[in-house]
Design a protein around this ligand. Structure first.
Ligand SMILES: [Zn+2]
Ligand SMILES: [Zn+2]
Length: 260
């Protein structure tokens, strides 16, 4: 009886596979989530050419999006990497994952991130954070897509995942004028109160916390923050600013895809 019960998930999985076979996100080939041909067609960004500040595919020396004529950059996070240009199979990957609820793609999202995150970042970071979806999107999808990807990335890297931010429901940016967009997006994130609890200013007599092994309820000093797509960078910038104002010292960013 127990053996039969243990086999039930496998039987159910086989039945579902018969009804809705696994298909390649790029070409619909049956049997795989991403076939080798479509994997080769993913528009991977050459990291030797990419902007080190915002992850754009070009601009290693000077990204005109990040730096003005004086070489001044206003971004709050100090570095970013992006695995793919948001084009072709990359668009289908993100849409299948987020909107078609193909949750098995979380492992692929994490793997793509892992391939471009510099090894020294993994030693540098105290924790892994992610840009959360808002409650309405989580209800609609049934999961927080970047939380799942962060968990997968944590399994690969050994970094602890911290749920640091809540996404507030703000007005659709497309409905706003240019001036209203900035204040709207700045209100999009709130640092969670349980993350703030242990980060009250320390008195001089208190010893400082160890740099790497920090309690889960406190903000990390050095945070690796991930998201699926970086478009203008405004969402990532708002999240990074909220975390820095709350007490995080330094943020580096990794995204699966970069709009360019
Ligand atoms: Zn394919
Ligand atoms: Zn840049």
């Amino acid at each position: 009886m127990n053996t039969f019960r243990n086999l039930l998930p496998e039987i159910a999985g086989g039945f579902l596979e018969l009804l809705w076979p696994t298909r390649c996100i790029g070409c619909d080939k049956i049997g795989v989530l991403l076939c080798s041909r479509c994997d080769n067609e993913l528009p991977r960004i050459d990291q030797l050419m990419a902007c080190p500040r915002c992850g754009a595919p070009y601009g290693k020396i000077l990204c005109t999006e990040c730096y003005d004529s004086q070489g001044f950059c206003e971004l709050s996070f100090c570095a970013a990497v992006a695995a793919l240009e948001y084009d072709g199979v990359a668009v289908r990957l993100v849409k299948e994952y987020k909107d078609q609820h193909e949750r098995r793609l979380s492992a692929l999202m994490a793997h793509l991130l892992y391939q471009v995150i510099p090894a020294d970042w993994l030693l540098w970071a105290n924790a892994l954070g992610y840009i959360p979806a808002d409650n309405r999107a989580i209800r609609r999808r049934g999961f927080d897509h970047m939380q799942d990807a962060a968990s997968e990335l944590a399994n690969i890297t050994g970094l602890p995942v911290m749920h640091l931010l809540d996404k507030c429901e703000v007005v659709d940016q497309r409905l706003l004028g240019r001036a209203a967009r900035e204040s709207n997006i700045n209100a999009a994130f709130a640092v969670r109160s349980d993350a703030l609890q242990s980060n009250q200013p320390r008195s001089p007599s208190q010893p400082s916390a160890p740099s790497r092994a920090q309690p889960r309820s406190s903000l990390p000093a050095k945070l690796l923050l991930i998201d699926d797509v970086l478009t203008t960078g405004a969402t990532m910038e708002a999240a990074a600013r909220a975390l820095l104002e709350a007490g995080v010292d330094d943020i580096r960013v990794a995204v699966v895809a970069r709009v360019w």
